[in-house]
Write a protein that binds this ligand. Structure first.
Ligand code: NAG
Ligand code: NAG
Ligand code: NAG
Ligand code: NAG
Length: 474
């Protein structure tokens, strides 16, 4: 799962928080549809920390997991060239073929906006597993043993002796590579390579999740297999990630309707208006360019960083340390944890931040900027932007996760010469306000920043953990 988007969103959010701690943002009722549905704001609680050390330890662990993910980026230039050539051939072949088949599948929003999964069917008997669809990685693995499932009972199952191991900062997954027919959103790859995990370190996955399917590019695959979406010949797929708030689900359940994944295209009933595209600058993650960040209308100095991985498998927004510091310097009473995370008073609700992609500026409100409370009284909250450390040498500098993506319809297209990621406004009634305005109208728009607001439900910070486990580090 690419975390680039998260980073951008975090920056934007942070900027917003800092600049205008108490001024209320003017809003345009015609655009801010969520105000039609007053809902008491709910915030989820992080695990209980007895002291600052425990909190630091927890955030350190998550950070370690993230770093492990980035460290897995591992391609030598020769391999990349070979892959690039293969990709060009593949695209040429594709252009001669018929249009993509299109199919939809409903997603489940798990653990309060932490992660999104879909049912994936494996083998001749159609065994269904709950799989996180992760644009920030490119391997597919699932667990054996749940409900007594034995993958070998499928007549099309082909085992191998090739071991598969994924190590995270806070745990690991291991097993064996195999192949079988795999079906998602009505489309089947007959010989999809995937790993059957026989060991998953405790706590890596929420109970309901049974694996991860990477929707990134082949160069990111540690098992060197073709990702499912390319195996079925899809040149496009799209996400509507429904926030828990937008579906009015009781917070008592850890599962809520999570929106729709469309494989092979886009579902025009789920978005409105134009799609705003950004070119993918490196086909590994879905890596796009960040054009700018502001917090409370103050411009953040990006110091040359701008590479954003759009990552449906990450809950929050990661950014370079120096950027995150700038963001939170605008948030009154924010406190840095040694791990690179920040906390700030939950009452600090007037902060907003913007992220620029393409010619559009996307605004995050304080709702997007709060990952969850860190104390039982709901006084201090964990910020959505977190530091992924110094990134001067990293190809990936920001991680744009669900905290941002829940506010837009996102389209991942590999149909043209250059792969692209597109964002469009969610259709009316799907729970988000309009997400953007053109960048060259920023000055005029500053007076009406609320009209371009993105709103989302604060995710449970626990889900950060889930995002990290999607990392396929060697
Ligand atoms: C598009 O989404 C709507 C609403 O979820 C669904 O009813 C419809 O079947 C979808 N269309 C396609 C082509 O999958
Ligand atoms: C596949 O082969 C490996 C290695 O021989 C073995 O450990 C594993 O149990 C096999 N898996 C199945 C599902 O038969
Ligand atoms: C896309 O661009 C159009 C025109 O510039 C704009 O009206 C629309 O709101 C944009 N939508 C998103 C989600 O960026
Ligand atoms: C949920 O949505 C309502 C309006 O639709 C908004 O006022 C509220 O702040 C949202 N809650 C969260 C936690 O985002």
């Amino acid at each position: 799962m690419v975390n680039i988007r998260l980073a951008a969103a975090c920056l934007a959010a942070a900027s917003a928080l800092m600049a205008q701690p108490s001024a209320s943002m003017p809003t345009s009722p015609s655009i801010r549809s969520p105000t039609d549905h007053p809902i008491a704001k709910r915030r989820f609680q992080l695990p209980t920390f007895n002291n600052q050390d425990e909190l630091e330890e927890w955030t350190e662990q998550h950070k370690a997991g993230l770093r492990a993910k980035y460290a897995s980026k591992l391609q030598d230039s020769h391999k990349r060239e070979t892959q690039a050539a293969e990709e060009r051939r593949r695209k040429r072949r594709r252009s001669l073929q018929a249009r993509d088949q299109v199919g939809d599948v409903s997603l489940i929003n798990y653990q309060h906006d932490s992660t999104f999964y879909a049912p994936v069917s494996i083998g001749s008997q159609g065994h269904s597993v709950n799989i996180v669809l992760d644009t920030g990685s490119s391997d597919f693995w699932t667990v054996q043993g749940k409900d007594g499932w034995n993958p070998a009972q499928s007549s099309s199952f082909v085992n191998s002796t090739t071991p598969f191991k994924i190590t995270y900062g806070s745990g690991s997954v291991s097993g064996t590579l195999a192949s079988d027919s795999v079906t998602l959103a009505g489309q089947t790859a007959n010989k999809q390579k995937f790993a059957i995990a026989t060991y998953i370190s405790q706590g890596l996955l929420g109970d309901a999740v049974e694996g991860i399917m990477g929707l990134g590019f082949p160069s990111l695959s540690t098992s060197k297999s073709t990702p499912f979406w390319q195996n079925v010949g899809a040149t496009e797929f799209s996400f509507y990630l429904a926030s828990e708030n937008s579906t009015f689900t009781s917070s008592n359940s850890d599962k809520a309707p999570g929106g729709t994944f469309t494989l092979g295209g886009r579902n025009t009933t789920l978005f409105k208006g134009d799609i705003n595209w950004s070119d993918v600058i490196d086909e590994s993650y879905w890596l796009i360019t960040l054009g700018g960040v502001t917090v409370n209308n103050q411009v953040v100095n990006l110091q040359g960083t701008n590479k954003v991985a759009v990552d449906t498998g990450t809950t929050l927004i990661g950014a370079p340390a120096s950027i995150v510091d700038q963001i939170y310097s605008q948030v009154p009473n924010s406190k840095q944890l040694s791990s690179g995370y920040y906390t700030f008073p939950c009452a600090e609700t007037s902060t907003s931040a913007t992220l620029h992609f393409g010619n559009q500026e996307y605004t995050l409100t304080s709702n997007d900027l709060i990952a969850g409370t860190v104390d039982t009284t709901g006084t201090m909250c964990l910020g959505a932007f977190f530091s992924i450390g110094s990134t001067s040498k990293d190809e990936l500098q920001y991680i744009l996760g669900d905290a941002f993506l829940m506010n837009v319809y996102s389209i991942f297209s590999n149909a043209g010469k250059t792969a692209q990621v597109g964002f469009a406004s969610l259709a009316d009634g799907l729970g988000s306000s309009t997400a953007s305005r053109t960048v060259n109208s920023v000055v005029a728009a500053n007076a009406a920043i609320g009209s371009a607001s993105l709103t989302s439900y604060p995710f449970v910070a626990l889900t950060l953990f889930v995002a990290f486990i999607t990392t396929f580090a060697v």
